[in-house]
Design a protein around this ligand. Structure first.
Ligand code: ADP
Length: 536
């Protein structure tokens, strides 16, 4: 097959490959996928496949090409070529992943494998409340599929519905319904290993299994978790549990006036979660964060001016917000919803100054009957929070610092104090959203920066690094992070001189000896790249 011409002036290349060698590799990929499914045009790559929110030079994670397989067989061919040619791949499903690196690979010159074309909802089973989907299915697609076919099942969706259900679940993304901890609802994966072998986890180990999507463990070690936030395989199918349409639901809000009310708030929420009165995560949004979704900074402040307590007071009063704004949902048979509501309301009423409101809906309410701001809580995908990036203008970007903490007032107040002090030190506005689960919470500090301003980018990076290390010293690790912070976050997991990392590297070397699958993801590097990655 003839080598295709590459524009060497603009082309990013995989590590160690010459332009000539790489054009031969691209021709091989074209031979398998067809030339229209292999993208190496520098203009398209720069427009669509760089990190959209870089706090560093986005060229450091620029891809060399994008491959778009249309079947599992084509994926296998890609892996065979990548193994032979030692090409580092980077798998994405939709490749949105804003704030975590977008579609960009960890290694400059990596080849993106984009699975958007594998976009079928393969099965929905109302009786077991589960579905089987391919990687390219977006939240919009799954919701349409369920609604259009009259299934009495709800998906759980994150704030923005354009991403893939599979990618989000693998990354342990979050939604607002009782099934909102998406990683927890995964049951049964089909995975292609680096050598092209197709494997199914759990009960899917049986070729004729009746319970692949119903019983996660299987017989022996449970492998689902090994392929989540991982670079051990490419997930080609995902079983996911779906929530039955409830008879009714209530979406409840609580406003608290002062920042220090966070302590009593967390203490009130903890038993409601532990006793399963509230089935969703309880999301506590700082008032500035909500203000940033609907207004721009220059409405309140001159450039560089910090948010003083006077400015914050004016902001909250004009916006009708609390310093903390709590939101959660109650779902199920009417009688249960009402009982849950009575218990939750009584608990929040004990917090001084709490303002409590609630909206009630029938479970089968139409989209139009549900207030826009409640739709995500009813499993209706939306693009609800993306405008937050415009807080500092059209070149805005975000980065979320998301440590995991116990559900205790002292931890919430300590982490808020740490984040506020560091934000002030580095010249950023403090804003956060805390997702309270049953036994842990994730206080996500949102760093909004202007990506066109090199100094802001540098400070955002320095602030983020300081936060990760501060939290690490106090025993809090992040649950998810941006590409460029994965090594730092992984290094906080240091028990017994990083035994967890050695375990991951042992698996990586055994499963992917040529190191072709998403090298560097979650700080897991294949043997050949460890030295270059500072992991020598
Ligand atoms: P989104 O669906 O939000 O657009 P991505 O498709 O970018 O998100 O997926 C988020 C991350 O999940 C990717 O960076 C990748 O590490 C991982 N991922 C996505 N799809 C797969 C897959 N099919 N197999 C393994 N990992 C995946």
């Amino acid at each position: 097959m003839g080598a295709r011409a590459l524009d060497t002036a603009t082309t990013v290349l995989p590590p160690g490959k010459s332009a000539v060698a790489f054009s031969r590799v691209l021709s091989r990929f074209e031979g398998e996928l067809g030339s229209d499914q292999v993208v190496s045009d520098a203009v398209i790559l720069a427009a669509d496949y760089l990190d959209p929110y870089p706090f560093y030079d986005a060229d450091e994670t620029a891809p060399s090409a994008v491959l778009r397989p249309g079947s599992v067989e084509e994926l296998r061919e890609i892996l065979a070529i990548a193994n032979e040619e030692r090409i580092p791949l980077w798998t994405v499903s939709q490749g949105r992943n804003h704030g975590y690196g977008g579609p960009a690979p960890r290694v400059r010159g990596g080849v993106i494998v984009e699975l958007r074309r594998l976009n079928r909802v393969l099965d929905v089973d109302e009786r077991s409340g589960s579905c089987l989907i391919e990687p390219g299915v977006r939240f919009f697609d799954l919701a349409d599929h369920l609604r259009n076919n009259g299934y009495r099942l709800w998906p759980s969706v994150p704030a923005n519905g354009w991403g893939s259900v599979l990618g989000n679940a693998l990354e342990r993304g979050m939604g607002a319904t009782p099934y909102g901890e998406h990683g927890e609802r995964v049951c049964g994966l089909e995975v292609m290993l680096a050598n092209g072998e197709l494997m199914r986890t759990g009960m899917g180990g049986m070729g004729n299994s009746k319970t692949w999507r119903m019983y996660r463990p299987g017989f022996g070690p449970s492998a689902d978790g090994l392929f989540m936030q991982s670079n051990f395989g490419i997930v080609t199918k995902l079983g996911l549990w779906l929530m039955p349409t409830p008879e009714s639901f209530r979406i409840c809000e609580v406003k608290l006036k002062r920042e220090e009310d966070l302590g009593p708030l967390i203490e009130a929420v903890a038993p409601l979660k532990l006793n399963e009165v509230i089935q969703t995560q309880v999301i506590c949004h700082h008032g500035v964060e909500i203000t940033a979704v609907v207004t721009q900074r220059d409405r309140w402040l001159k450039p560089g001016e910090p948010i003083t307590s006077e400015v914050m007071e004016r902001m909250l009063s004009e916006m009708g917000l609390g310093a903390w704004n709590v939101k959660f949902g109650l779902y199920g048979p009417n009688d249960l919803v009402e009982a849950r509501w009575r218990i939750a309301k009584a608990a929040f009423e004990k917090i001084e100054g709490a303002e409590i409101t609630c909206r009630k809906y029938a479970g089968d309410a139409s989209v139009e009957e549900i207030a826009e701001r409640d739709r995500v809580h009813a499993g209706i995908p939306w693009m609800s929070d993306i405008s937050i990036v415009n807080w500092k203008g059209p070149q805005g970007a975000h980065l979320g610092f998301s440590p995991v903490a116990p559900v205790r007032a002292e931890d919430a107040l300590k982490l808020m104090g740490m984040a506020k002090a560091r934000c002030a030190e580095f010249g950023f506005d403090y804003m956060a959203g805390i997702g309270v689960s049953t036994r842990h919470m994730t206080p996500i500090t949102m760093l909004l920066f202007d990506r066109s301003d090199p100094d802001e980018r540098r400070r955002a990076h320095a602030l983020f690094s300081a936060l990760v290390q501060d939290a690490g010293r106090e025993g809090y690790g992040e649950y998810r992070t941006h590409l460029q912070m994965m090594d730092l976050v992984a290094s906080q997991y240091d028990f017994n001189d990083h035994a967890q990392r050695r375990f991951n590297e042992t698996l990586k070397d055994a499963l992917d000896p040529n190191g072709i699958l998403s090298p560097g993801k979650q700080g897991i590097w294949p043997r050949a790249m460890r030295e270059a990655a500072g992991r020598g």
